[in-house]
Design a protein around this ligand. Structure first.
Ligand code: ADP
Length: 501
């Protein structure tokens, strides 16, 4: 081969190698044992451009220089690759120092910001999922006993009011009722959060008032020590969102507001949640009168991992995850300019249909015939709840079955006007009973109302999605329970008059 042809070949090989390198996102330096540059391919803006023959190590910024020098020496000494990580301008980098037999070290620097963000998000998602499972389980465990605490309290208050008892005893009981009501609200919020991690659904019409009050209830503990909370979101039209995830977003904003305020008692500061709407959008503002956010920090708050909080207090993920969630709904999360404090705005699309979210089934109220007494069957393995319901409905003839295996024969006997059946029970579930009645006794099914302390199993959730029968949430709302019962009685009366007329 002629000299010219050899040079051309080399040129071609060089061009091919350059093409390969240009396609690489990584920056690469090759240095000898003294740290002198032999070759380089630099893609990142902030990394030094160094001429071949110059000392690379001297051009590395102060805070990284000694670590890099030590890594090069270590790679030569051990013959093993050394790996390090560092941050620059808010980006995260992985760097490897790989030794070669020819007496060089190749330094490869890779931007791993997005990869790390994804990994961290995965960890958070997994943690939230296991927290969600835990929360759903705890909610179920609390709701069952709470159900009879509340039913019994309501019964006792009613009895004492009628009997003209000492006002102080009544007051104590009413306080207990209010306290139990708060426990119920907290458990309901826990369940919203736990559901939030389970399903990623399309945005649907969502009642913003309910979302704000759930988030505020959960954030109260954090807020109470530092600020008064004003909530003024009544009358906002429904927006397109996913309720549990929107609760998560607002909770985040509220906790951030609380954490920005110095502890100084609830009177010291004010956090305000307000909102507004125009023809196409509806928004919620979370405002605080804390120190606000300086411009250099404001530029970066939506970046994943950006936090000004001490280690262990902030992950820097709250605002970035919140923004992702809101954008998934087709909305925006922005920091609004304010003279004092900080204001975050969640702007969402208005839902066309004015139906609030939630799958609560409405029942129509039909007046029962006066003085009618019903034969009621309660199926629940929670013995205390059975007793409480017997007391609460004592003008009726209530039979309680606490072993679900005995329930079906009783239901099929046709002895009852109204059947109240728990969903999650050992041996035989409410779902099993439902499925049997659909096929074999639809008439009895029409008299049956199910109840749940939190559908934390997949089967129970699927059942609630497909079921067309009413299902009451524990703790039971006694008024709603009576409404269902009275409707069953009214139906019985209708059928009776058909036959007698
Ligand atoms: P984290 O709360 O874990 O730090 P975020 O993404 O939620 O993560 O918040 C990022 C940063 O934004 C916070 O560290 C803080 O500096 C700033 N920030 C957020 N909300 C406020 C607020 N209401 N007032 C002042 N600074 C805030």
């Amino acid at each position: 081969m002629s000299q010219d042809a050899k040079l051309r070949d080399l040129d071609d090989a060089g061009a091919r190698l350059r093409a390969v390198l240009d396609g690489l996102p990584d920056s690469i330096y090759v240095v000898d044992e003294t740290g002198t540059l032999v070759a380089s391919h630099v893609t990142a803006d902030h990394l030094p451009r160094v001429d071949v023959g110059d000392d690379l190590v001297r051009r590395i910024p102060d805070d990284r220089r000694e670590a890099a020098r030590a890594a090069i020496a270590e790679a030569f000494r051990t013959g093993e690759a050394i790996h390090q990580r560092f941050q620059r301008n808010g980006r995260h980098f992985a760097v490897s120092f790989s030794p070669h037999d020819e007496g060089y070290v190749t330094i490869i620097i890779r931007d791993v910001t997005e990869q790390e963000a994804l990994q961290r998000q995965l960890v958070v998602t997994e943690r939230m999922a296991s927290l969600g499972t835990l929360a759903a389980g705890v909610a179920h465990e609390i709701n069952n006993p709470l159900s009879y605490v509340m039913t019994n309290l309501a019964f006792a208050v009613g009895e004492l009011e009628r009997g003209g008892v000492d006002e102080e005893v009544l007051e104590a009981l009413r306080d207990a009722v209010a306290g139990a009501g708060r426990v119920r609200d907290i458990v309901a919020d826990l369940r919203i959060l736990s559901r939030g991690t389970a399903d990623v659904a399309d945005p649907r019409p969502t009642d913003l008032g309910a979302v704000v009050s759930s988030a505020a209830n959960i954030a109260k503990l954090e807020l109470n020590r530092r600020a008064l909370l004003d909530v003024e979101v009544g009358g906002l039209p429904p927006a397109l969102a996913h309720e549990p995830q929107l609760v998560q977003v607002l909770l985040n904003l509220l906790v951030n507001a609380a954490q920005a305020l110095p502890p100084g008692g609830p009177e010291a500061h004010r956090v305000r949640v307000c909102g507004g709407a125009d023809g196409t959008h509806v928004w919620i503002d979370v405002e605080d009168d804390g120190p606000g956010i300086p411009p250099d920090v404001a530029e970066r708050i939506f970046e994943p991992f950006y936090t000004t909080k001490p280690l262990g207090e902030g992950s820097g993920l709250g605002l970035s995850i919140s923004r992702t969630i809101v954008e998934r709904f087709g909305g925006e999360l922005t920091l609004e300019a304010r003279e004092v404090g900080a204001c975050f705005r969640v702007r969402l699309r208005r839902a066309e249909a004015a139906a609030p979210s939630g799958r609560r089934k409405r029942i129509s109220y039909v007046a029962p015939p006066p003085g009618a007494s019903a034969r009621v069957l309660v199926v629940d393995d929670e013995v205390g709840l059975g007793r409480a319901l017997r007391r609460a409905l004592r003008e009726h003839d209530v039979e309680v079955v606490d072993d679900a295996r005995l329930a079906l024969p009783r239901i099929l006997s046709g002895d009852f006007d109204f059947i109240l059946c728990d969903l999650l029970m050992p041996h035989v579930t409410g779902m099993d009973i439902h499925d049997h009645l659909v096929v074999h006794a639809p008439g009895e099914l029409a008299r049956t109302v199910f109840m749940t302390g939190g559908a934390q199993t997949r089967d129970a959730r699927a059942f609630l999605e497909r079921a067309t029968v009413p299902c009451l949430e524990k703790p039971l709302d006694t008024a709603l329970l009576r409404a269902h019962l009275e409707r069953a009685l009214a139906k019985r009366a209708e059928v009776g008059s058909l036959f007698s007329g």
